[in-house]
Design a protein around this ligand. Structure first.
Ligand code: ADP
Ligand code: ADP
Ligand code: ZN
Length: 221
C-alpha cells in the first residue's frame, strides 16, 4: 500500500513507536529527522556539528538543514514504496517546503495524524525512554519493558541507549518549541482536509489500532 503519512504530536507522544509498527505492517519507510540528525551528530559531519548544541538545548534545528535532509532522503529508491514522516514537518516553513517537494513528484499526503498527549504526561514518557543500541527498538521503564530484563525483544541485544536530550530539564524547552512552532502546522493540514486525531494517552496497541483504521480508511475521526 503506497501511502504518504505524517505523524504529528509532542516529543515523547509515541510517534516513533507507532511509525515502527506501521512500517512493518504496511511496508512503508519511517523517515525520522530526529534519527537522521542524531546519525549526523554521531558521524561528526558538518550538519552534525551545527545541530548538536541546538538539539541538546531542546530547540529546533534550522529549517534549511532539515528540509535539505528530507529532500535528499525522499529521492532514495526505498521511499518509492511510501513513507511515514516522524518528526517532520515541525514548522510552517517545513510544511510548505514539503508540499512543494511532493507536488513536484506528483505525490500528496494521505493523512497527517496528530497523536495527542497532554504536557502533563510527557516528562514521564521522555525520562523513561530508552532504545536498543543494536537495532533501535524502543522501550520505556514503566510502559514498555523488554520481556526479559536487559535483553532486546527484537534482536537479543543487551546494550541500551538513553538520549542526551531526554532529561527533565530539556523537556520543557521541547514542549515550548512544540506549542510555539509545531502546533501551528495543524491548521495547515486541516485546511487540506487530511488532518486526523488519535488519543495518544491510550495503551500502545490501542493507539496502533486507531492509526491502522485511519490508514485503511475505516475511521471517520
Ligand atoms: P516520540 O517519537 O513521539 O518522541 P516515542 O515513540 O519515542 O515518542 O515514545 C516515547 C516513550 O513513551 C517511549 O519510551 C515509548 O516506549 C513510550 N510510549 C509510546 N507510546 C506510548 C503509549 N501509548 N503509552 C505509554 N507509553 C508509550
Ligand atoms: P522527539 O520526538 O522526542 O521530540 P526527535 O527525535 O523527533 O525527538 O527530535 C530530536 C531533536 O532533533 C529535536 O528536539 C530537534 O532539536 C531536532 N529535530 C528533529 N526533527 C526536526 C525538525 N523537523 N526540525 C527541526 N529540528 C528537528
Ligand atoms: Zn534490539
Amino acid at each position: 500500500m503506497s501511502k504518504h503519512l505524517i505523524l504529528l504530536g509532542p516529543p515523547g507522544g509515541g510517534k516513533g513507536t507507532q511509525a515502527k509498527k506501521l512500517q512493518e505492517d504496511y511496508g512503508l519507510v519511517q523517515l525520522s529527522t530526529g534519527d537522521m540528525l542524531r546519525a549526523a551528530v554521531a558521524s561528526g559531519s558538518e550538519i552534525g556539528k551545527k545541530a548538536k548544541a541546538v538539539m541538546e538545548a531542546g530547540q529546533l534545528v534550522s529549517d534549511d538543514i532539515v528540509i535539505g535532509i528530507i529532500d535528499e532522503r525522499i529521492k532514495q529508491p526505498d521511499a518509492k514504496k511510501g513513507f511515514i514522516l516522524d518528526g517532520f514537518p515541525r514548522t510552517v516553513a517545513q510544511a510548505e517546503a514539503l508540499d512543494k517537494m511532493l507536488t513536484a513528484r506528483g505525490l500528496k499526503i494521505d493523512a497527517a495524524i496528530e497523536i495527542r498527549v497532554p504536557d502533563s504526561m510527557i516528562v514521564e514518557r521522555i525520562t523513561g525512554r530508552f532504545t536498543c543500541g543494536k537495532c533501535g527498538a524502543g522501550y520505556h521503564d514503566s510502559f514498555q519493558r523488554p520481556k526479559v530484563d536487559g535483553t532486546c525483544d527484537s534482536c537479543g541485544g543487551r546494550e541500551f541507549i538513553r538520549r542526551a536530550d531526554d532529561n527533565a530539564a530539556t523537556v520543557q524547552q521541547r514542549l515550548d518549541a512544540y506549542h510555539a512552532q509545531t502546533a501551528p502546522i495543524l491548521p495547515f493540514y486541516e485546511k487540506k482536509g487530511c488532518l486526523r486525531l488519535v488519543d495518544g494517552t491510550l495503551p500502545i496497541d490501542q493507539v496502533t489500532g486507531h492509526l491502522k483504521n485511519i490508514v485503511e480508511g475505516k475511521a471517520v475521526s
